[in-house]
Design a protein around this ligand. Structure first.
Ligand code: SAM
Ligand code: SF4
Length: 340
């Protein structure tokens, strides 16, 4: 359906857990409490909401978290989503740590794409930044996933948060002499995958870190690769602007929430793991669908309330975020609860 500004909302991110096996500094550092399991939607409840969303015109879903692969039944959930009439694409975003274990199951479930979050290729900095993550495991499964051939081939993207890695390494007390962007870019030389950089948004712990300014990153890219061209092919569901560089197998994407405000083309809503349907990352606007699902009333009454609430949330989607002016933000949850 369209919102009050005529934006077509056809993409929903569903966070299936607020748990994670990593502790990324800007998302869920040590000490963040998880909500009791009974407050988290069951996967059946998530699927029910997805089906209603499909009836309103959502056709693409991203499964996220926390870390979605720590939730038992994640692959079955993907299969459930794929069976919903009107759902065309189901993709997942993961930190990759458990991906090797679940890769086959995900493919069998019909996943349409895998995004792997990876902010640095320096093993020590990766460990410090993620609170103990094993970079080797992620790189191993990346290679394995990319090398899958034939019908089973799955589009893979790398998502890197645009942190100032030298500054971050200094804060974490670890040595880092790497060049930062360059090493991540080279993944798109080595493999036919898109590497996307995401400006750090001032959500939760993200507020403590300054983002690399993507205008500067773009200028750096253009100077270094003068033959770089904008790549206007459609790469996915999101707001990334892509560039092709001669000699690269994949494209480079910039998701510039701060320096390239893309709200007028926003196509998404988010379902948090606690069942809150959010219409914009920046504000707490939305509706508590868990309350309706688990509340009183006959099935028919609940379905009608659910549909009305979802319609209202989508229709009233805020015009634009205000990340450039965080005082006016009303969202105070951590990213791990929202799902990115
Ligand atoms: N655990 C999974 C993962 O890391 O891909 C899924 C959940 S995670 C919250 C989804 C994405 O949000 C990740 O790519 C993560 O790097 C990104 N993210 C977390 N906090 C952020 C922030 N403040 N600004 C921009 N991106 C952020
Ligand atoms: Fe976990 Fe993903 Fe957040 Fe890192 S970014 S703490 S992997 S949910």
């Amino acid at each position: 359906m369209r919102d009050h500004l005529g934006r077509q909302i056809d993409y929903m991110r569903i966070s299936i857990t607020d748990r994670c096996n990593l502790r990324c500094r800007y998302c869920m550092p040590e000490g963040v409490k998880c909500v009791p399991m009974e407050e988290i939607l069951t996967l059946e409840e998530c699927a029910e909401i997805a089906a209603w969303a499909a009836s309103l015109g959502v056709s693409k879903i991203k499964v996220t978290g926390g870390e979605p692969l720590v939730r038992l039944g994640c692959c079955d959930f993907i299969r459930m989503l794929k069976d919903i009439k009107g759902i065309e694409k189901v993709t997942i975003t993961t930190n990759g740590i458990l991906l090797e274990r679940y890769l086959e199951e995900l493919i069998a479930a019909g996943v349409d794409g895998i995004n792997i979050s990876l902010d640095t290729l320096d093993p020590k900095l990766y460990r410090a930044l993620t609170g103990g993550g094993d970079l080797e495991a992620v790189l191993r499964v990346l290679e394995k996933t990319v090398k899958i051939r034939g019908d089973r081939q799955i589009p893979v993207k790398i998502n890197a948060v645009s942190l100032d890695l030298k500054d971050m390494a200094g804060q974490l007390g670890c040595r880092y002499d790497g060049p930062g962007w360059q090493e991540l870019l080279e993944l798109a030389v080595k493999y036919p995958i898109d590497v996307r950089f995401i400006e750090v948004m001032p959500i939760g712990y993200g507020r403590q870190y300054r983002s690399v300014d993507h205008d500067k990153l773009l200028a750096w890219l253009m100077e270094r690769y003068p033959d770089m061209k904008e790549d206007r092919r459609i790469h996915g569901n999101g707001p990334a602007v892509y560039y092709q560089i001669p000699g690269f197998q994949g494209s480079i994407g910039l998701i510039s929430a701060l320096h390239g405000k893309f709200c007028s083309d926003c196509n998404r809503v988010r379902l948090t793991s606690q069942g809150y349907l959010k219409s914009c990352l920046c504000y707490e606007d939305g509706v508590d669908l868990r309350k309706i699902l688990r509340g009183r009333g006959s099935l028919k009454e609940k379905e009608a309330r659910l549909l009305e609430a979802m319609t209202q949330a989508i229709w009233g989607k805020p015009t634009a975020h205000c990340f450039e002016d965080p005082e006016h933000m009303t969202e105070h949850e951590n990213m791990v609860r929202i799902g990115g």
